[in-house]
Design a protein. Structure first.
Ligand SMILES: [Zn+2]
Length: 120
């Protein structure tokens, strides 16, 4: 008995424009009729409820509000650049799109900043 081969995702019915295997993290369904701008691999989303300040209020704390963020990784078919998108689920802002390398750098810098909270 054989199941779907994850290395051949999508296992069958591959669109003619999809000339490469999906990366292991791709959870997107690809269809023959996908618009060229929609021809990208995409990870399953992560959701992060956060308190964020949107806009340019002064003091910034006056703009704090609950926001749900959706975080996804993506890469256009045939491209070498993988990006991470961090976006609000209910509005076009906030929106931050970073290369994977930049996202790693951002995480490192956030950890450095947050580590200072732990100092006595
Ligand atoms: Zn894919």
């Amino acid at each position: 008995m054989t199941g779907p081969d994850p290395t051949q995702h999508p296992p069958e019915g591959r669109p003619s424009w999809l000339a490469e295997a999906c990366p292991p993290w791709c959870a997107r369904e690809h269809h023959e009729q996908d618009h060229p701008e929609d021809r990208y691999h995409q990870s399953a989303p992560s959701f992060a409820p956060v308190i964020a300040a949107l806009g340019h209020a002064i003091p910034v704390t006056d703009a704090l509000t609950a926001v749900e963020l959706i975080i996804r990784m993506a890469r256009y078919v045939g491209d070498v650049h993988t990006w991470i998108a961090i976006e609000g689920t209910e509005a076009p802002e906030p929106r931050l799109v970073l290369t994977a390398e930049s996202a790693r750098s951002l995480v490192q810098h956030l950890e450095e900043q947050l580590d200072s909270l732990r100092l006595p």
